[in-house]
Design a binder for this molecule. Structure first.
Ligand SMILES: [Zn+2]
Ligand SMILES: [Zn+2]
Length: 332
């Protein structure tokens, strides 16, 4: 597979796709049913189907019985922490090993020409982006993710909240499941915009942005306050009728799924001619330019707010003009 068929490298060696990024057409104007139909497969495949499958496997085989979850005991809580950590280790670690340690596909389809390991920086614990990112992932990311999960499963096991069953509310739950990735994006946009307020950015969100050239371990490398905000969206399950399967799916989308934006490669090669699209470019541009693509583009929120960057020169010029105007305003 030739990366030049899909994109170009600039003088610095950074790669970008040829085609401008497009926002999801569901709420984009002018609305076109054909565009929605063409887009739908990419909404499900490969990621959301994978996260649903992981959530289902967790629910059916790897979640303790309702009786044991009625009381908050260390044994089952530790089990949930261990199973979440194992999945993250497997997926993030696997991608990191393949793409960044063994460098199986070299720099093909890699946005940033450099590899983080080749650029040690004092900004990170032990001077290493990888060690720093992994410490934050396992040190506060997974414990806080697990705390939300434990709280919600405990609430379900005790009947606290408007929980539903598939027997009684099948269509509601299916509909809720179908829009969950969109809800996650909307919630992420809101908290993400919030932590870009300068005071919060300096104290909280800058930790995540230290990884200007992200790799899989950067996905959940955040300040604990950002972790708290990031998973607060899952509290929706105690506000409207839901089911633990949807809680686990939601945590997969937000937890494991954080990796999507941070792979650093546009395609993961699966053989000589095969490759999986990562959909990572929109969030890569956020890490590169900070003030664009606060959401991931499934919903056109950034387009509405004038912060969408689709990778084109026009979008770059629009961003520069916006920053110039804002800086001029600050100087007044
Ligand atoms: Zn990020
Ligand atoms: Zn940000």
């Amino acid at each position: 597979m030739d990366e030049q068929d899909y994109g170009n490298r600039n003088r610095r060696g950074d790669w970008a796709p040829n085609k401008p990024l497009e926002v999801g057409p569901l709420l984009d104007w002018p609305w076109s049913p054909m565009r929605v139909l063409r887009w739908l497969p990419s909404y499900f495949l490969p990621w959301n189907v994978l996260f649903m499958a992981a959530g289902a496997v967790f629910w059916v085989w790897l979640t303790p019985s309702p009786e044991s979850m009625q009381s908050l005991e260390a044994g089952w809580i530790a089990f949930i922490l261990a199973r979440n950590s194992a999945l993250v280790l497997l997926l993030y670690g696997g991608l990191e090993l393949r793409l960044y340690v063994k460098r199986r596909q070299g720099g093909r389809f890699k946005y940033n020409a450099k590899f983080p390991a080749d650029q040690p920086s004092k900004i990170f614990f032990f001077g290493s982006q990888n060690i720093d990112n992994a410490l934050r992932t396992f040190g506060s990311g997974l414990p806080i993710w697990t705390a939300y999960e434990v709280m919600l499963l405990w609430a379900w096991a005790n009947g606290f909240g408007p929980w539903a069953t598939f027997g009684d509310s099948m269509w509601w739950l299916v509909g809720f499941g179908l829009v969950l990735p969109l809800f996650h994006e909307f919630h992420f946009y809101c908290i993400h915009r919030l932590i870009h307020i300068p005071a919060l950015y300096r104290r909280v969100h800058s930790v995540h942005h230290n990884s200007v050239n992200p790799s899989p371990w950067s996905s959940l490398s955040m300040h604990p306050v950002e972790h708290l905000l990031y998973w607060s969206g899952t509290l929706v399950h105690v506000l409207i009728p839901s089911h633990p399967l949807l809680v686990l799916y939601h945590l997969q989308i937000s937890g494991t799924g954080a990796v999507i934006g941070h792979v650093g490669f546009d395609k993961i090669e699966t053989g000589k001619e095969g490759a999986v699209d990562t959909h990572a470019f929109a969030h890569y541009l956020h890490h590169k330019y900070f003030e664009v693509n606060y959401a991931d583009g499934m919903l056109p929120i950034d387009k509405w707010m004038g912060t969408w960057h689709d990778g084109t020169v026009e979008a770059q010029n629009r961003m520069m003009a916006r920053i110039k105007k804002r800086n001029a305003g600050q100087l007044d």
